[in-house]
Design a protein around this ligand. Structure first.
Ligand code: 13P
Length: 254
């Protein structure tokens, strides 16, 4: 049984004050929610204050990025041990914005994911094809190669702690959500690939969908057998809409 995981990726949004104000509004709203993992990934400067705001709640903290080295001359970067010290339970790696804007490749993402696990932080490893790749019928090839490269350093026996996020680049911030059928097709493929690498553990690994997830489409996406969660950008910025997303199991009617 895979516990659904709904994560807010705030990207470069919210000051520290705005992040804390979100938590104050959001936590009482979701205090009764059970059976799902809820995660907030604020910009790095809010991690400390948000960590304190989330203490005692079931909502977990995540960073949006990490550097794989323990320490050293890496100006502007944050080490995995520093994120552990702040109470991060998860960290996003390989987001398409990191890959495409900042030029990060699979090998770098793989090092980050392994470094996080060494500090007991669960990596959320993102993969996903660009529009031209989908149009050229290369989706599976691209996703297969990103998975193979980005998960290359996950130690045997730790696979169940890894979350994979399928985020088709053409669906991110565009309002063009993948249909539930498209999402399931790729998620099913991803689980097959995970099975090749990790064997039986693949059935326990969670695969999130990301890309224009909203309160009105999350139910149909989550109804797919291999969609185990969502990684949400824009619709996670308001407490009310992220609350609705977390309560996806109430269906579209409410
Ligand atoms: P949107 O939900 O804004 O499309 O962003 C998705 C995303 O990139 C989450 O990591």
């Amino acid at each position: 049984m895979r516990t659904p995981i709904l994560a807010a990726n705030w990207k470069m949004h919210k000051t520290v004050g705005e992040a804390v104000a979100f938590a104050e509004d959001f936590l009482p709203r979701v205090a009764d929610v059970e059976g799902v993992d809820v995660v907030l990934a604020p910009p790095a400067q809010s991690l400390d204050r948000l960590s304190r705001a989330l203490a005692g709640s079931q909502v977990k903290l995540a960073a949006q990025n990490v550097h794989p080295e323990e320490k050293g001359a890496f100006t502007g970067e944050i080490a995995p041990g520093m994120l552990a010290d702040l109470g991060c339970a998860y960290t996003i790696v390989g987001h398409s914005e990191r890959r495409h804007i900042f030029g990060e490749d699979d090998a770098f993402v793989a090092r980050k994911a392994a470094a996080l696990l060494a500090h007991e932080i669960r990596p959320i490893v993102c993969v996903g094809e660009q529009l031209e790749e989908r149009e050229a019928d290369r989706t599976f090839e691209v996703v297969e190669s990103q998975l193979r490269g980005s998960l290359a350093e996950i130690p045997a026996g730790r696979a169940a702690e890894v979350v994979v996020a399928y985020e088709p680049v053409w669906a991110i911030g565009t309002g063009k959500t993948a249909t539930p059928e498209i999402a399931q097709e790729v998620h099913g493929f991803i689980r097959e690939q995970l099975g090749k690498q990790f064997g039986d553990a693949a059935s326990g690994m969670r695969i999130q969908y990301g890309g224009s997830v909203k309160p009105d489409n999350v139910y149909d996406l989550m109804a797919q057998p291999d969609v185990d969660g969502a990684l949400v950008g824009g619709a996670s910025l308001e407490p009310e809409s992220f609350e609705q997303i977390i309560r996806f199991d109430r269906g579209n009617a409410e």
